[in-house]
Structures are given as structure tokens and as C-alpha cells.
Design a protein around this ligand. Sequence first.
Ligand SMILES: Nc1ncnc2c1ncn2[C@@H]1O[C@H](COP(=O)(O)OP(=O)(O)OP(=O)(O)O)[C@@H](O)[C@H]1O
Ligand SMILES: [Mg+2]
Length: 284
Amino acid sequence: MAASTARLRLASSQTTNDLVLDDVTMRFQTREGTITAVDRVSLSIERGEFVSIIGPSGCGKSTLFNILGGLVSGYDGTVSVAGETVSGPHPAIGMVFQEESTFPWRTVIDNVAFPLEVKGVAKAQRYATARKFIDMVGLAGFEQRYPAELSGGMRQRVAIARTLVFEPKILLMDEPFAALDEQTRLLLGDKVLNIQQDLKQTTLLITHNITEAVQLSDRVVIMSFRPGKVKRIVDIRLPRPRRGDVVGSDAFGRYVAEIWNDLREEASRGMAESEKGALGRAGR
Ligand SMILES: Nc1ncnc2c1ncn2[C@@H]1O[C@H](COP(=O)(O)OP(=O)(O)OP(=O)(O)O)[C@@H](O)[C@H]1O
Ligand SMILES: [Mg+2]
């Protein structure tokens, strides 16, 4: 008994949390007054874990993403990355943004090779590696195109490849697949998951898509509508490696239903508030 307790303690002290939000609150001053975008959020993500955050529009997901990425300041609480308290970008983090973020003046291959260029990798080597990732996101043949010559979904795939190419230890992705059609989304999701499992990357994915969250994650964090709080965390106990056909299983369906149940409440609250806001403005 004593031995097993000791083992348990040892196991928990050995667990490394790569991303920790401790009691984080973020308020914005707007013309309409103060908005609490994120309200006392605490969350720890272990090394190698894949966690998704899901929640209605405007509940503070991108705000949390920017806080973890060290891109915003002025919040209460603390954030640590790879065991260090941070107040700016941490080099172990790679980010895929919700908005388009390709460099319009660079071709596809020069966009994707950019992080390797910064690292000082020789041209032939960085092009070879960039090609591998361009291929992976299904853009072989488009290496010499400029972002303006691609569709929105293709541009987003360039951004994904550019982040994956430098194999970050910690990967933060804000709706990376939102601009993609369902088939591409599923295929690319599988590929990102393979890389994540191979490299044991600590991954935080922000998504609106319940299927995607369940398919990829070890845990799904459901956020409430404003102010954004952690409403519930669901452990996804589906075996890995997960193949695409897991989506058809009964267990998968139960997780989707369970998460939708929580999410529906929050989404309805969000819609009711927007309607109230719109009526208020119309009456002014
Ligand atoms: N820079 C800012 N200044 C003022 N308000 C902001 C700012 N950034 C975000 N907000 C507000 O904070 C709240 C949360 O925004 P956030 O972008 O984090 O939501 P989200 O959950 O990512 O939404 P979506 O799913 O639509 O991307 C919103 O009410 C938004 O208007
Ligand atoms: Mg967002």
C-alpha cells in the first residue's frame, strides 16, 4: 500500500505540464464598456497531450490562444510554457492562426521554408524539407505560386505546413481547418495527428467542430459563453492510433452527443444575447 502510494506520487511528480494557465482572466475595454473575455481559466496540458478547446463564437478561445502564444499582455493570473512562467512568445511554440497569415510576397515554397531560413538551414536542405510538408498538405505542384493565386483553404494549408516544418515541441492551432472542405479537413486532421503522435508534440487545438475535437483529442475542454470559463473537460478514452473509421463507432457517437449537449446550452445563450443586443441597438 505504502509502496503503491509512493509510486503514485512519483508518477505525478514526473508528469510535466507543457502548458499551464493558472487563474487567467482577461478583460478588454471597449466603447460599450469592459468585456471579460476570459474569466478565471485554469488548465494544465501535459507533455505530448492533444487537447481541444471548443466553445461558442466570442467565448474567448482566440484570446486564450494569444495569451498562451505570448502575444497579448495585461491579463491576470500566470501562464507557463515548458515549465517556465512566460510573458512573451516561447521558442518551443509553433502557432497556426485563425486569420490568414501567409506572407503574400513569398511563394508557397518560400513561405513554408521560412522558419528553416530563420534557423539558418542551407537552401537545398530547407527546400527539400519544405517540399515534404507541401506534399503532406496536398499542395505539390503549387510551390512557385504566390498566396494571392491560391484559394483560402489552400492558403491555410500553406500556413499549417509553415508551422509544422520546424517541428515545434508545442503546437497551438486556432481553427486551422475551418476554411477547408470536410474531406480535406478529415485527411489533413489525420496527417497532423500522425505527426503529433510521432513527435509527441503537446498540442492545443481550437475548433468549432465536435467531430474533429473527439477524433483528435485526449481531452476536450468545453468553454461557456461570455464570460469565457471552462465549463467541463471530457476525457476521450478512444484507443490510439485512431484511424478515420473511429468516427463511425458507438463510443464516438456518445462523446459527440455528450459534448453537443453542453455546447448547445452555451450556443443558445450566445445567440439569445446577440439577438438581444441587435434589438437593443435597433431600439436606440
Ligand atoms: N483586442 C480586443 N479588443 C476588444 N475586445 C476584444 C479584443 N479581442 C477580443 N475581444 C472580445 O473578447 C471576446 C472573445 O473574443 P475571442 O476572439 O477570444 O473569441 P473566440 O472564442 O475566439 O470567437 P470565434 O469562435 O468567433 O473565433 C469577444 O467578445 C471579443 O469581442
Ligand atoms: Mg477565435
